[in-house]
Design a protein around this ligand. Structure first.
Ligand code: BES
Ligand code: MN
Ligand code: ZN
Length: 501
């Protein structure tokens, strides 16, 4: 990650390789008007003897979100060029536009070393600290390159980024930029873990990596291996993992700061590769299934960030790790598993494995008697059909908890939509024919079925929210600050929620 520093130096005086300012597109309906540089942009242009508005018009720059135009300064400023970033129409711009602008700036500077950004005044209605956080997050998210598997690492040389703000904004903006380094760092950890090929993150290895990630922080780690999983009756995790040549793991991480008023349990699905098992997936559906541990990566990154931010809330993160493989030892279709706590489940479809590992982990979480449980899982293809790759689905037992998480998602630019748990309508569908429960029903309301299944493992009266990120954990194409691959969603939303929980 490049370093981002807040300074009060005038933008025109920045010794840097590129100075960044913004321009707005004309309001919709007035498309023929030229784009409008911000006040800061005009001021910078004046200092360089450049009339930016005329330059933009002459270049046919449309100032759409993320569009960039490079204007050379020809020796008039210490910086050799000005980069104008499009913000779209002013009436549509929000905090997320600033994140996208930060990412666009970082991308434009990928072969440079230094970048000076003056975007703080672009959106007067966004508080300067929030703007600084958003721009810095955008810079970090836009600077990420997954390169460890290339024989030659991708070129990315940007090192020093300065955010230029007014004198009286330096203190608050500096604090916000420190928060941004942690929140973006957490998103990038999740993206990185998702992007790692499945051969290098099989359950024991991923468990070790999780423990290593929190080393040096006030987080205690406990890894349950096969023998302890057997002794504890974790039949779901063991049943899913038994087809693999590498055993499953349950990782428990605890952050318990002095004086914490609340205890939140986070539970993440960690299928390190989902072949479907004996109910084998078709090849095309398997192509992105290294992503199936995104929930576990999310809860790991979230607890790490909470400890770094010294949030005053106790957190337990549970990572349910298993590899879902078909083999002679794999769970068969119609086998019955006894889950932690004794509930029996007939396995109708071995590809509905996430709910099996999550069921055990939810029982474990419930035994800790937390004030709330939030689980995160790439659980159902049905959620991809329902909400696509930009909106995560949420179901749960507590509307207040749900609303708080949805609101945090809005702030973080990670939209979340609540769907009904529909216990009254569909609750009975999870009842089994020969066991207590069955792990799969028909095609209808598949995401709700899965959530209703999970609900059977959550302790009564514990407020619970389930985030289905099957669509949002992975991006097939780049857009804004999301590159191709793991997205890190909904890590920043969860951190935002915990900061106010
Ligand atoms: N990991 C998948 C869900 C998934 C699908 C995640 C697409 C990301 C993208 C999950 O384990 C799964 O296979 N679910 C099945 C359940 C079905 C067999 C009841 C599904 O959704 O098809
Ligand atoms: Mn599956
Ligand atoms: Zn899965």
């Amino acid at each position: 990650m490049p370093t981002v520093e807040v300074v009060a130096t005038p933008l025109a005086e920045a010794t840097t390789d590129l100075v960044v300012v913004a321009a707005f597109a004309p309001a919709s309906g007035e498309r023929t008007d030229p784009p409008e540089p911000t006040a800061g942009a005009i001021e910078l242009g004046d200092a360089a003897g450049i009339e930016l508005a005329a330059e933009l018009a002459a270049a046919g720059f449309d100032a759409s979100v993320g569009a960039t135009l490079r204007v050379p300064t020809r020796g008039a400023l210490p910086a050799p060029a000005i980069l104008v970033i499009g913000m779209g129409a002013a009436e549509d711009a929000d905090t997320d536009t600033l994140r996208r602008a930060g990412a666009a700036a970082a991308n434009a500077a990928e072969r440079l070393e230094r970048l000076a950004i003056g975007l703080g005044d672009a959106l007067p209605e966004v508080a300067s600290a929030d703007a600084a956080q958003a721009v810095a997050e955008g810079v970090h998210l836009g600077s990420y390159r997954f390169g460890s598997y290339r024989s030659e690492a991708p070129t990315f040389t940007l090192r020093d980024v300065s955010l230029h703000v007014a004198d009286d904004e330096v203190e608050a903006a500096s604090a916000a930029v420190e928060v941004a380094a942690i929140t973006a760092g957490a998103a990038l950890l999740t993206r990185e873990l998702v992007n790692i090929p499945p051969q290098d993150k099989r359950p024991p290895a991923l468990a070790e990596r999780a423990v290593a990630e929190v080393e040096g922080l006030p987080v205690t780690a406990r890894v349950l291996a096969e023998d302890e999983l057997e002794a504890g009756g974790y039949g779901g995790i063991l049943g899913v993992g038994q087809g693999s040549s590498e055993p499953p793991r349950l990782v428990e991480l605890t952050y318990a700061p002095d004086g914490a008023a609340r205890h939140i349990a986070l539970v993440g699905k960690g299928i390190t590769f989902d072949t479907g098992g004996i109910s084998l997936k078709p090849s095309a559906s398997m192509e992105t299934m290294k992503t199936d541990m995104a929930g576990a990566a999310t809860v790991l990154a979230t607890i790490k960030a909470a400890a770094q931010l010294e949030l005053p809330v106790k957190i337990t993160a549970l990572l349910a790790l298993a590899e879902n493989m078909p083999s002679g030892t794999a769970t068969r279709v119609s086998d019955v598993l006894t889950m932690k706590g004794g509930t029996t489940v007939e396995v109708i479809n071995t590809d509905a494995e996430g709910r099996l590992v999550m069921g055990d982990a939810l029982v474990h979480a419930s035994e800790l008697e937390p004030d709330a449980i939030v689980d995160v899982a790439t659980l159902t293809g049905a959620m991809v059909v329902a909400l696509g790759d930009r909106i995560s689905g949420l179901m749960g037992s507590d509307d207040e908890l749900a609303a708080a998480i949805v609101a945090a998602g809005d702030v973080a630019g990670e939209p979340i939509w609540q769907l009904p748990l529909a216990t009254a309508q569909y609750g009975e569908r999870v009842e089994g024919a020969i066991a207590d429960l069955k792990n799969a029903g028909g095609r209808e309301a598949g995401s709700i079925f899965a959530a209703l299944f999970l609900a059977r493992f959550v302790g009564e009266d514990i407020p619970w929210a389930h985030l289905d990120i099957a669509g949002t954990a992975w991006a097939a194409s780049a857009e804004g600050y999301r590159g191709v691959g793991g997205t890190g969603t909904p890590v920043r939303a969860l951190i935002e929620w915990l900061r106010h929980a």
